[in-house]
Design a protein around this ligand. Sequence first.
Ligand code: PEP
Ligand code: MN
Length: 344
Amino acid sequence: MILVLKKSATDKEAQHIVQLAREWGFKVNLSRGVERTVIGLIGDERELRDKPLDVLPGVETVLAVLKPYKLAASEGCPEGTRIVLPPVKKGGRTVVIGGPELCIMAGPCSIEGREMLLDLARLVKQSGAHLLRAGAFKPRTSPYAFQGLGNEGLRLLAEARATVGIHVITEVMDVRDLDAVAAVADVLQVGARNVQNFTLLKEIGKLRKPVMIKRGLASTIEELLMSAEYVMSGGNHEVLLCERGIRTFEPMTRNTLDLAAVPVLQRETHLPVIVDPSHGTGHWDLVAPMARAAVAAGADGIMVEIHPRPEEAMSDGSQALLPKTYVRMMKEIGRVARVLGRKV
Ligand code: PEP
Ligand code: MN
């Protein structure tokens, strides 16, 4: 830990800090520059985590040397984490997330009914995507908006999974639904609004089931990594991270898709990084360009929303791709992936 003292800090203040740090069992390195005095505390930085060092008289800035996320940090698995989903049916395909093959997750925002879900599940599988996405529990801004079919939606999702033979990802919003959702989902989804629901994250940490955590509307990259750390510190190491746009002052897009988060996350963590250009932009015509850009940026996968009749969608119709636009996008991202030595 490094403490930079204020220009006005006195010798007495500096000595007080040195004495305190020694009492805490740290070795101290005091360096007096022309402009500033800097004090280095050498020892286990974690012991200082709960100490508000910035309130010590004379201290201007406190700089941590170690990262607060340990299990998620790239050093933990320099070759990168691969998450393996065993086949849904005997003879079916094994999905590996985080390897050279990109992982494509596609489907409706919400499960609206049996026929549409089965049709979309078939389309998604035929197009070469790896997971069907579809929400049974929907986090809606308005309590009057469609909230999802709940347990009935889960039942339909289980049916689509079994009949079509495709892996599924779906959101869990509440610990009370966790067992039911985990019984159906191959990958659990923690949505942007629940990224800091620490109770939920801790419970998911007790499972042995992959989970994709979406970046919150106002999460920093470090906060997203700390959410992953919550799950991992419980023993569940199969975590994927998803960039899905953050809220900025720009109203022309629903959110601002932060594609720089992809290389930043890949530098900071060994966990696979997925990009969701649907929620990231909010407009169907921006989805394919940003999906291509996400693949070019090095994402390990893409999540997109599709709907056969977007104008009738019960949620997120404006950002839903028509099946034919989706199929075209799949071809385009396949081409971008090949340029980079990856495939879809
Ligand atoms: C979703 O994937 O349907 C969803 C609600 O996403 P987010 O949590 O990113 O808003
Ligand atoms: Mn949606």
